[in-house]
Design a protein around this ligand. Sequence first.
Ligand code: 2HG
Ligand code: ZN
Length: 522
Amino acid sequence: MRDNLLRFLHELCGKAMATRGMVGEFAVAFRVSRIISLFPSITMKLSLIRSAAASLSRGNFAKISSADLSFFEKSIGNDYVKTKEIDNYTSDWTRQMKGSSECVLLPTSTEETSAILRYCAEKRIAIVVQGGNTGLVGGATPIYDEVVLSTSRINKRFHLEASSGVLTLDGGFILADADNRLAERGFMMPLDLGAKGSCQIGGCVAAGAGGIRLLRYGSLHSHLLGCTLVDGKGTILNLGGRLRKDNTSLHTAHLAIGSEGQLGVVTSVTMGVVPRPQSILSAMLAVSSYSDCIRLLSLARSKLGEILSSFEVIDGDTMKCVERHLPLKNVFEGEHNFYLLIETHGSNGDHDAEKLNGFVEEALGAELAVDGVAANSESERAHMWRLREESPLAAAKDGYIYKFDVSLPLEHFYRLTEETREKLKGRARVYCYGHLGDGNSHLNVTTDGEDEELKKELSPFVYNWVVSHGGSISAEHGIGQLKRDYRSLGKSEEESALIRSLKDVFDPHRILCPYKMIHSQE
Ligand code: 2HG
Ligand code: ZN
């Protein structure tokens, strides 16, 4: 351990020098391409629990006629009304959620979106709103014959007001593209997720995306200042604005966060962006117990303070699964029960290294961590992130998979994994990784083949357990169609009624994303 400590401290000092100037580009480049590169392998192996929404009957919506198609063609141009080769739009990116649609519409502006929605409201044509189609709960996948309205072409406007750090951009902007443009001006998108190479900013808002640096920069609620939402009647609503402070009324723009296309289409976003950090340091710790992980989180918060950016966990079984299925090696010799990936974002490499150094010294000295390794180059840092970000891929390769994305108070975070493991002993393998600093567990269960019995009992078990321990059944992936049946767990009837009333205001004809989070027949 002493040797590792010395190596660690030495590496940190070297790292402080290496991280000045442009940092993190290798790791970022890796993450940008990740979603594309994972496609083929995931499509072969991943199986999801069948959608609950599929059992709902088709709503009383109009069927698309040739007159409707002519209207769409006239409104947005023939080339952007697609009726053939639309599989990419009617299935989710894992190819497990499959629906159908008569046509896909690709408007290029807020006004075109408004014309489409006004028409569809009048004719009662159902619509599903789709951004980058990177979701994990089937929210953007049509079920029966909903028209797919893709925001991919609404991606022209990009205006940064550098003095205030306020960015206004079209909803269809790809997150990585926006981030690259900001990099040229010394700024950064405050949110980062594995899908950044494909997901769109409007979709991120609608999904309430979380990601890997929420701990440092906060959720979208900390950044969103305004947005343009085209509601289910086609009304263009300019909500909020570009002021960092405006307390004159309800913060209506925030209704778009996590709305999953139920209230409207997010065609433009105004948000605060952050200065690009000058120094990014990453380290991994090996830890023997979950209680030590929690103590380390408190220690990291107090020792690293404002520079603590990520505090991610991979449990021992997940790490073995990663090594079993992927050409990736653990950074530690031997096996450990938990691995923490810690990253700092700051403006002074020496200062940050001193802080991280102090934290690790104390963690090892107090025997909270049994070993530690710092990334000494961009490729080492990328390697550490691959271990964490490819954990879902490894789990998907492990067999038939049941996925959960839940929030839990930290005292219960890992008990869920332990109790699920206990319950499924001999029947399934259970993996836990996730954003420990945010209390967000990605629990994944795998079996050799599809197990009907297990399928029936697992979701109710997990979701009831989560809610009865003060958690949420969806931390960052949303409800979509996958979690529809469980959506009111933990919500009071009063809150559910308020949500339905809001739906009536924004989408009185209930044409937007039926059969999902808020069902058209509710
Ligand atoms: C992550 O944190 C993503 O890696 C995906 O949110 C999680 O697929 C998963 O389990
Ligand atoms: Zn996640």
